[in-house]
Design a protein around this ligand. Structure first.
Ligand code: SF4
Length: 456
C-alpha cells in the first residue's frame, strides 16, 4: 500500500509534497521519495525509512529539489522477498523519448507477463511492477503525439494502478478503469493544484477537494495551472471496499464517502444484525474500529461505548511482520489497555477486521484478565479468506486465519465467547451503488483481473 502526492504550480512544491507525505505516513513506513520539475529538468531524492529520516532537516533537501512541480511517494512496510526490491524507492526515473520523467505508483499489477513481452528485461534492476511500467512507458513513444501514445500505453496495463508522472513542465495523474484505489484532486487558494491518495492530505495542505480522478482517465496539470482530462478506457469500477473499512483515514472522503460517518453507520447496522442485549460495554480496537464502536453503542441496547485500548502511534502495522513471535511482541508494544476492572462484566469487542487473529487474541486475553464474564468479538469486515493481489498488503492466504479455520475454530483460537463477522453483502448495501462496482476478492476470491484478461 502506498501514498501519492502531487503538487503543481507552487514555488514551494517540494516542501508541500514532503508535508503531504507526512500526512499519509499512516500508510507508509518503509520508503519515501519526491521528484520535482523546474521546467528544464527533473530532480529526484528518496530512500528507505520514515519521511523525516529520508528528508532530514540536516540536509538541504529543498535546495536539491527545485521547481514548482512535485510528486511524492510513500511505501508501507512489506516483507521483502527480494533484496533488490527492498532497496527500490519511488518515484522511479525514466525517459519518454528524450524527455525525462519520474513515476510514482500506488496499486499492484498481478500479472505483468503481457508488459514484460514489450520491454528489454535486461534493463530491469528489480522485479517490482512499477519499474516494469516505467520501462514499458519508455518504449511507448510511437507516434510522437503524447496524448495518443500515452493513452494507448495505459490501455495495455491491467491490474490496479494510480500513477503520478512528473515531467519537466507538468504532472499527470492516472487512475485505472476499475478505480481500485482513490486519487483526489484539490486546489489551494493560491491556485496550486494538489493530487493525493487521500483527501486528508488535501486538508493538511489547505487545499479544497475538487473531486476524484475519474476511473479510466488521466489528468494533465501544467505548472502554469492549465489542465486537461483524457479518457483512455471506459470506467469499469472495482473499488476497494477494504479501504473504506480499514485503510482509509477517518478524516478522508473516499470514493465520495466520508469515512468516519460511514463507519459509524456500519457500527449501527452491525448492532441491528448482531445485538448483544445485556452487554455492559462496547470496546473498539483502535484506531480504525473507533467509529464502529461509537455506532454499535449508540442505541445503548448492546452496551455502552467505552474506549479502553490505546494505540501507540509510532509502531507499524503488525500483520505484515515476518514471524509470529515478532508479531505478538509488536502487538503488545502497539496496544496498551486501560481496562483494569471488568469483574463480572459482559464485554463487546469490535474490530474493523480479523486478519491473522494475533491482535484479537491479545485484546480478548486482556479483557478476560480484567475479570470479564463474557467477551463477544465482532468484525466489521467479513472473513478474509484470500490474499489481496491489487496492492493492499495482506498476508499470504495460508496465514489468514479465516482461510484455514472455521468461524468456530477462529473464535476458539482468539479465546472469545462468540465471534461474528458482518457479511460482505450487508457492507456493500451500506457502501451504495451496484454491488459489482466493489472489489471484494479478499473475502470471496473473485479476482476480477482474470475475467478482464479473458475478455481483453
Ligand atoms: Fe481491497 Fe480486498 Fe480487493 Fe484487495 S482484494 S483491492 S484489499 S477489496
Amino acid at each position: 500500500m502506498c501514498g501519492l502526492i502531487g503538487i503543481a504550480g507552487s514555488p514551494e512544491a517540494a516542501a508541500l509534497a514532503i508535508e503531504g507525505l507526512h500526512t499519509q505516513q499512516f500508510r507508509g513506513l518503509e520508503s519515501a521519495g519526491v521528484a520535482t520539475g523546474n521546467g528544464s529538468d527533473v530532480h529526484l531524492r528518496g530512500g528507505l525509512g520514515l519521511v523525516q529520516d529520508v528528508f532530514s532537516q540536516e540536509v538541504d533537501v529543498l535546495g536539491q529539489l527545485p521547481g514548482n512541480l512535485a510528486i511524492g511517494h510513500i511505501r508501507y512496510s512489506t516483507v521483502a522477498k527480494d533484496a533488490r526490491n527492498a532497496r527500490l524507492y519511488q518515484p522511479i526515473r525514466g525517459l519518454w523519448g528524450t524527455e525525462p520523467f519520474c513515476l510514482a505508483h500506488n496499486g499492484n499489477l498481478p500479472d505483468t507477463t503481457h508488459l514484460m513481452s514489450y520491454i528489454d528485461q535486461s534493463r530491469l534492476t528489480s522485479s517490482v511492477d512499477s519499474e516494469i511500467i516505467v520501462r514499458f512507458f519508455e518504449g511507448s513513444n510511437e507516434t510522437g503525439i503524447f496524448e495518443d501514445d500515452f493513452a494507448n500505453a495505459l490501455h495495455e496495463i491491467r491490474g490496479a494502478f494510480c500513477f503520478l508522472l512528473l515531467f519537466r513542465d507538468e504532472i499527470i495523474a492516472v487512475r485505472d478503469p476499475q478505480g481500485v484505489h482513490p486519487l483526489s484532486i484539490g486546489k489551494r487558494e493560491d491556485g496550486t493544484f494538489v493530487v493525493a491518495s487521500e483527501t486528508c492530505a488535501l486538508e493538511t495542505l489547505e487545499a479544497t477537494w475538487l473531486g476524484d480522478v475519474e476511473p479510466g482517465t488521466f489528468v494533465r496539470i501544467r505548472a502554469d495551472g492549465e489542465t486537461g482530462v483524457t479518457r483512455f478506457a471506459e470506467a469499469a469500477p472495482k473499488q476497494c471496499i477494504f479501504q473504506l473499512v480499514y485503510f482509509g483515514h477517518p478524516a478522508s472522503i473516499m470514493y465520495g464517502t466520508p469515512i468516519f460517518e460511514w463507519r459509524v453507520k456500519v457500527g449501527e447496522a452491525i448492532e441491528h444484525m448482531y445485538p448483544t442485549h445485556g452487554a455492559d460495554i462496547v470496546v473498539p480496537v483502535p484506531d480504525s474500529a473507533i467509529p464502529y464502536g461509537i455506532g454499535y453503542g449508540a442505541g445503548g441496547r448492546s452496551g455502552r461505548y467505552l474506549p479502553g485500548i490505546w494505540r501507540h502511534h509510532y509502531t507499524g502495522r503488525t500483520f505484515i511482520l515476518p514471524t509470529q513471535n515478532i508479531r505478538q511482541a509488536a502487538v503488545r508494544r502497539k496496544f496498551q489497555s486501560s481496562i483494569h476492572d471488568l469483574q463480572g462484566k459482559s464485554v463487546v469487542l469490535i474490530d474493523d477486521s480479523i486478519v491473522r487473529g494475533t491482535t484479537s487474541h491479545w485484546v480478548v486475553d486482556r479483557v478476560w484478565k480484567a475479570g470479564a464474564r463474557e467477551v463477544h468479538m465482532l468484525s466489521a469486515y467479513d472473513a478474509i479468506r484470500y490474499s489481496c493481489v491489487y496492492g493492499v498488503d495482506t498476508p499470504e492466504k495460508k496465514n489468514l486465519i479465516a482461510a484455514t479455520k472455521s468461524v468456530e475454530e477462529t473464535c476458539k483460537f482468539i479465546g472469545a465467547t462468540s465471534l461474528r463477522y458482518f457479511p460482505i453483502e450487508s457492507l456493500l448495501r451500506l457502501a451504495g451503488g451496484p454491488p459489482g462496482q466493489w472489489c471484494t476478492a479478499c473475502t470471496n476470491g473473485d479476482y476480477w483481473h482474470k475475467a478482464n484478461r479473458l475478455a481483453a
